[in-house]
Structures are given as C-alpha cells and as structure tokens.
Design a protein around this ligand. Sequence first.
Ligand code: SAM
Length: 278
Amino acid sequence: MKPRPARAFCPGFFLAGGHLPRKRFGQHFLVDPGVIHAIAEAIAPEKGDTLAEIGPGLGALTGPLLERLDCLHALEIDRDLIARLKQRFCPERLIVHEGDVLAFDFARLSPGLRVAGNLPYNISTPLLFHLSRFADRIRDMHFMLQKEVVERMTASPGSPAYGRLSVMLQYRFHLEKLFDVPPECFSPSPRVWSAVARLIPKLAAERASCDAAALEKIVAAAFSQRRKMLRNTLKPLFAESELAALGIAPDKRAEDIPLAGFVALANFRAAARGRDSS
Ligand code: SAM
C-alpha cells in the first residue's frame, strides 16, 4: 500500500481539535485517506451488519464505516475521545461502549458479529486471545496491527516468528495479511510498520476437534522456553514415551511442531484425563 503524500493538518503531536495522544492507550491516529479507504473497502460493511469498532479514537475509520451502515458499536476507553465521538455522531447510529475492551463481553452483541479496528498495539496480543473466546459468534475481523504481530499470527512451523500466537489463532481462524502500512500514515507516527489482517473463524467442521483449554495449556508450556526441547518443556505433562507414541520426537522444539501435532497432544491429554476419572 502506497501512502498518499503527507497531509499538512497534524503537525507535531496535536491533532485537529487539539487532542493530545495518550501513549498508555497506544494512540496513533490514522491520517492517510488512502489507507482509511483501503481498510473500509476490505471490511466492505453492508447495511444490517452488526459491526463493532475497537478504539475508534477521533473517528478516522468510524465515519467511512458509518456511511455504509445503519449503526456501529464503538468500544473506547479514553473519556476525552468518547466525548468527542458523542459530539460528532448521533447516539442512534454510534453506540458507544465505554471502558476497557479486554473486559468487554462480546456475547452482548448479536451473533454474526463483525469486528474491526486500528488496534492499540500495547494490548493487541491479549486482545486477540480475548476475542478468540468469542470466535463462534464472530463472522470476521479486520485489524491494523504491528506488522511483526501479523507475521507472528500467520507464521508457519520452523520459522522464528512461529509461536503461541500462531498456533492458537491458526486453530480458530483463517488468517490473511492484506497490506502493509508505513509509519507516516499515522499521527503521531509509530516507530514500526503496521499491517492490516483479516481473521475469519473456522467452521466447526474445518477445525480439528480438540479440548481448547488443554491445547492452550500445552502450547503455552511448549513455547515457555522456545529453545528447549519438548522432552524438557513438556516434562510435567508428557512422558518421553508418550511423545514418541504420538509421532513427536522428544528432541524437537515447539517451533518445529505443526498445529496438528499440538492438537494430537491435547487430545491425548484429554483422553488420559477421561480414563483417570472413570
Ligand atoms: N481508530 C483510530 C484511528 O485509526 O485513528 C484510533 C486508533 S489508536 C491506534 C487506538 C485506539 O484504541 C485509541 O482510540 C485508544 O484510546 C483506544 N484504546 C486503547 N486502549 C483501549 C482499551 N483497553 N479499550 C478500548 N479502547 C482502547
């Protein structure tokens, strides 16, 4: 994605209206009209959609989204920005949910929910895990994230970026990187490049059947010390002979194991628990 030439209206750290961006809320506001348009096109909202925007900020994306929707749910933590949003958009069209998105119960919104946003990068990983719990109610998600996070989300086994985030998101979602976004498309500019990603929840039939809690526990343990062999990181959970019986060499590291391998481990653990309790 090529940024349009920088616009002159946001010198320094003050934006239109004099809002001082808050670092603790990860505030980097989109100012490039080409990127804003490209994100709205990628989301392609349609009248009747239930869409929640995370962190609408000064409304850079909110306006273009609302042009195509009847109404939009906005989840914002910054009270100054909430006041501005309420001045700019009428309450029937922009339903503002004030507070921390990490504590928001997405089950309050209709199933088939669409979620989008230029996310606060400081909470993006816990937020992706939080949203994963509602995957069954979600139709799709479009997010601007740090490029490095998108690379971790979409990484394949054997690559240095492959980790807990890759396995847990690839278990629940089809993931696609749409385009990169350079720092100068934001004000203030972040130090890093960003990228826009699309996440579409897998249907039950597309997803390997497994106990998600067991999977989460095993993946967290395996990647807790990624340079160590599985015989060490998984020692509290599996005997070496059990790993070998599942076709997983105990001298492998977590980064070598594909999603299917972790699913096999989770299913083995769940079956063993079932045997123990019967
Ligand atoms: N969407 C705007 C844009 O693109 O210009 C702002 C994006 S800015 C990167 C992140 C936004 O998320 C800010 O508006 C910030 O106040 C909000 N935010 C940060 N932490 C949040 C949290 N825990 N819950 C809800 N909103 C949060």
